[in-house]
Design a protein around this ligand. Sequence first.
Ligand code: NAD
Length: 325
Amino acid sequence: MVQAARTIRRAVVTGGAGFLGSHLCEHLLERGVEVVCLDNFLTGSAENVVHLMEHPGFRLVRCDVTDYVHVPGPVDLVLHFASPASPLDYLRMPIETLKVGSLGTLHTLGLAHEKGARYVLASTSEVYGDPLVHPQPEEYWGNVNPVGPRGVYDEAKRFSEAMTTAYRTSKGTDTGIVRIFNTYGPRMRADDGRAIPAFVGQALDGRPLTVAGDGSQTRSICYVDDTVRGILAMACSDQPGPVNIGNPDELSMLRLAEWVIELTGSSSGIEFIDLPVDDPKVRRPDTRRAQELLGWQPVVASEEGLRRTVSWFAERRRTVAAQAG
Ligand code: NAD
């Protein structure tokens, strides 16, 4: 049971069989909170939570939150994390992405309202689009192209922020919004198209690491344990947000690729490929609000987080290879 500004005994995690959701389920159970995980396995997998299945406080329910959301019994916290999140996934599934950001958000807000629960929306740094302000504070409204390919994700999240705010102001629902910046760590899908799993896979295979453009575009990467701590700090607070959750340690894509080569001990080289359309050039959170309101800041250095991630991917490959033959 989590006791801070509030007592949380039972939580619903949508998208709980995904990368971030599965870590959230795990951390909540460790803190003595019962967890109902709702997922339709669109981009996640039951494998991500298989280690939790024997836990008496854990329940996995196959459910598409765009259809309806019904959870019997009391609920103290709803974490809405269901949504394709990697560009490869949302470009492949644009309608599903818009539906889970709109209908999924509507249904999960309805659940939180009905149960009198705290609600936390997983928003994203993508609401800032290709930012004209750097680093990005929460007051910045963003620079998004609604009809560009990435618009399906960015606008879905902007809509879900507006819907969450409307439930708070018009119905008094206890809502909070976290804007999550690029997070990495164990249980990312090797083929999800995001830079870190792609680079690690290429380095472990001895193939060239494919860096978009000239590699000077930057991202700030946050290790999953830090992100989850920030999200749960928000869940335990009564802050409405939005609050940025990310690591201000900014690095270029070229530097990231070089680091992965070093950490894997690979002999891979680097190959430069075309930049995707509307790819943001810079991205770094202003985390002052998270520090002031939640007392949160990331503590895992990028080198350490990358080391842990590389060793998880390497171990997973050994397991898969052993199972195959
Ligand atoms: P993920 O793809 O690993 O997880 C998303 C989960 O949602 C999957 O298990 C998927 O099956 C499930 N899902 C999708 N549509 C659904 C639906 N209609 N009904 C039920 N379940 C559904 O992605 P992730 O990286 O874990 O991201 C989780 C959340 O955090 C997303 O909302 C994403 O926008 C947000 N976020 C993630 C990051 C990041 O760096 N990982 C950054 C910013 C925001």
